[in-house]
Design a protein around this ligand. Sequence first.
Ligand SMILES: Nc1nc2c(ncn2[C@@H]2O[C@H](COP(=O)(O)OP(=O)(O)OP(=O)(O)O)[C@@H](O)[C@H]2O)c(=O)[nH]1
Length: 240
Amino acid sequence: MREKKYKNAYPILKINAAGIMAGNTLKARTIAILGSREVGKSSLIIQFVENHFVESYHPSVETTFRKVIRYKGHEVEAEIIDTAGQVEHSILSFTHVVGIHGYILVYSVTSKQSFEMVKIIRNKILNYSGRESVPIVLVGNKMDLHQQRQLTFEEGKNLASHWQCAWTEATAKRNDNITNIFKLMINEMEKDINPNNKELSKKFLNILRSKTFSKLETIASYILTSIVIYCLKYLESRIR
Ligand SMILES: Nc1nc2c(ncn2[C@@H]2O[C@H](COP(=O)(O)OP(=O)(O)OP(=O)(O)O)[C@@H](O)[C@H]2O)c(=O)[nH]1
């Protein structure tokens, strides 16, 4: 496997343990880009960081890029990890969830298999992190390849609404929606760190629902057990 060389690439995987406030507004955020091979992960990053498109394909070795992103009046120092494409036998390691603030999960609109792979990857992330949800932007790349499309716009959109995450289609080749992917990512990460009242009440309601549910189950099984005991005692007294 050849290692790609890029202007702004740092051939290291040094991950911050948490978001760091440097000065007043500069925040550091670590983003991992995951997905099947050849879906265009490196191309998306290179287009975003270096403003050009790489036509040739070389399988990636993990590489880290940095870019300062301006977002809602703040500057975010993004560390973007370009991972090697995931294949069935090598999906994700534990290092991909340590110190990562957000995930860009990429599929190609020309590959159903890559769409299935993002589902597997998300499950792995949730399992490793032990969380019910993490900040995710789902990206359907290669939207310029109309003739080769295997996935509709709606399929991507529906999956994202099921996961309650951000989603967009994009094309690294035509440079469409690339900056938007990273703005969506920052938005998702900020929501996760500073949830607004609506999101807080949603989370609270979910907890309440699950607690109420388990409470109801306990009460129901208590009542049922009491009835059975009462019936047995009644039968016993009748027999005597
Ligand atoms: N038509 C088209 N081709 C693209 C697009 N994005 C990437 N490609 C091409 O798809 C191939 C794979 O792109 P990469 O960026 O290397 O894919 P990757 O996901 O990083 O691949 P791995 O390193 O194996 O994980 C390259 O030949 C790119 O030129 C796109 O938006 N449209």
